[in-house]
Structures are given as C-alpha cells and as structure tokens.
Write a protein that binds this ligand. Structure first.
Ligand SMILES: Nc1ncnc2c1ncn2[C@@H]1O[C@H](COP(=O)(O)OP(=O)(O)O)[C@@H](O)[C@H]1O
Ligand SMILES: CC(=O)N[C@@H](CCC(=O)OP(=O)(O)O)C(=O)O
Length: 265
C-alpha cells in the first residue's frame, strides 16, 4: 500500500494541489494520505494576530496557536482535501489522531525549549492500526491531518512527516508499505539553487556526508530522519520527490525523485 505525505508548499497552491490530488486519486490499491499545512496555519495565524515561531523546524504551539492549527489542519485543509478527493471519485475519510484514537501522543516535556502543545508519539505500537485497517478494508481512503491527542481531552500538534513515518511503520506488519514524501522540489537536491540536481539515491552514509557538508538542511533533516526511522522498522521503500511525480507512480509505477535506503543497494 502507499502512504503519501503532501507538504505545505504544495497545499497552498490550488493548481498544484489539484494536479496532485488527481494523481493520488488514480493510484491503484490501498492508500492513505497525510497532509501538512504549516504555511497556511502561519498565514491564518498572522491574520488573527498570532505570529508563528519555530525552533529547529518545529512550531512552538502555545494555547492560541493550538486553536489555530486545530482549525486549519483539522478543518480547513483536511475537509477541503477530502471534498476534492470525493469529487475525483476517491472515497476519502478525514482523520486526526483523535478520531478512532488513531494516534495517541503525549505533550512534549519541557527541556531547554518549551514547544507547548506539541505531541510526541511513543512509537508505532501506540497507533490504532486496527481502526485504520478497518477503514481501508471498508474501501475508504484515510486522509490524516497533522494532529494527535493526549487522551485527556486535548489536541496536540505533531509534525506531518513524523505522522507519515509512524503510520507507515505501524501498518508495515500488515501491508507492503511504500512511503512517499511529496513536496515542491524534484527530490533531495545536491545544489539548492539547481532544481535539476536531484540526488537519485541516499543511504545512511551518504546522508551523514550530506548533512556534514550542509547540503541537506532545515526541514529536509527531520524528513530524512523520519525516512530512515521508517526503513529501520520494516517499511519497504521510501521515496522523496515532487508532487507532480505521483503521476508516473500512478501510471508506470516509476518515480523520478530520491530513493532512500538503509545501506547501499
Ligand atoms: N538538499 C535539499 N534538497 C531539497 N530541499 C532541501 C534540501 N535541504 C534543505 N531543503 C529544504 O527542505 C524543505 C522541505 O522540508 P519541509 O519544508 O519540512 O517540507 P514539507 O513542505 O514537505 O513539509 C525544502 O523546501 C527546502 O527548503
Ligand atoms: C509540531 C509541528 O511543527 N507541527 C507542524 C505540523 C504541520 C506540518 O508538518 O506541515 P508541513 O508538512 O507543511 O511542514 C506545524 O505546525 O508546522
């Protein structure tokens, strides 16, 4: 089955998003979508007078920001994506981690940084894989917002790349899982200023080197950490590439972005 993650720099561009959803709807077999939307949450937060703040790519989620992300991820983005998929003949069902207790989490403990209402997922064993499998068996396509819950009545904000990785890992014992991170670039680039410098394959040694040389930075670091975590725990394949690449995956089964493996094949 496919677990596809779509990033915030595509979600805020209606034409690119529509194209991506058309291709996603055409993927055959079981599939699940995880969406981000950090950029839209920041824009809407600013309109409400709430400035975004990040430490190492993770949003500081105070009580007001939690209200914004719950509305934006769980409402605006999730429901519009579901409605668009319905229009494309894909029977999607919108989910957060609270729905069906799909993704329980705990509020990140305060160490040097207080991330506020950021949710940490203990591990794939805490995911309600039974409920997700029931949805898939019923012919539904789950669409997950990047929200979890603490079991005490509070929603929590969790990075969408992490949610995709943990869901892929939790479902790996049951399906042949391929995890695909779709974003606005053609893949992991050797030169940030050259869109065509896609690195076709990255294993753990190459990743270390790319990080040391400062070629892989910012949001790409947690994305790759999540990719390797998934592979170490039974996910069959992880791909990173542009949203438009899903067309060839749906058609010929090929993908032109970056393929991630644990050791050199
Ligand atoms: N070597 C690299 N190749 C491609 N993108 C990179 C690289 N290093 C850093 N990045 C940054 O990582 C970002 C993707 O991470 P992130 O913003 O978390 O993605 P998403 O939109 O999927 O959540 C890109 O927009 C880019 O700015
Ligand atoms: C805790 C945390 O940082 N959560 C993320 C969730 C959204 C997300 O991951 O969106 P993208 O995939 O578009 O970056 C945030 O609020 O930005």
């Amino acid at each position: 089955m496919y677990i596809i993650k779509i990033g915030g720099n595509v979600l805020d561009k209606p034409e690119r998003l529509q194209r991506f959803l058309i291709d996603f709807a055409q993927l055959s077999g079981l599939k699940l979508l995880v969406h981000g939307g950090g950029k839209i949450a920041s824009t809407i937060g600013l309109r409400l007078g709430i400035a975004p703040a990040y430490v190492e790519g993770r949003r500081l989620t105070d009580a007001e920001t939690l209200q914004v992300v719950t509305m934006v991820y769980g409402g605006l983005i999730n429901k519009n994506v579901v409605a668009q998929l319905q229009a494309l003949g894909c029977n999607a069902i919108g989910m957060t981690g609270a729905d069906a207790n799909a993704i329980p989490a705990t509020k990140r403990p305060v160490k040097t940084v207080d991330y506020g209402y950021a949710g940490d997922i203990a591990g794939p064993e805490t995911i309600n894989a039974t409920a997700i499998r029931a949805l898939l068996s019923a012919g539904l396509t789950p669409v997950f917002a990047p929200l979890t819950h603490d079991g005490h009545g509070n929603m929590l904000n969790t990075n969408a790349d992490t949610i995709a990785s943990v869901l892929a890992t939790a479902l790996a014992p049951h399906y042949n899982v391929q995890l695909v991170y779709c974003f606005e670039k053609k893949g992991v680039l050797a030169d940030a200023s050259d869109d065509n410098s896609v690195i076709s394959h990255i294993d753990e040694n190459r990743y270390k080197e790319l990080k040391e040389k400062g070629i892989v930075t910012d949001g790409m670091i947690p994305k790759l950490d999540n990719a390797f975590a998934a592979l170490r725990q039974g996910v069959k394949a992880v791909l990173i590439g542009e949203a438009e690449g899903l067309a060839s995956l749906a058609g010929s089964g090929t993908f032109s972005g970056t393929s991630i493996t644990l050791s050199h094949a």
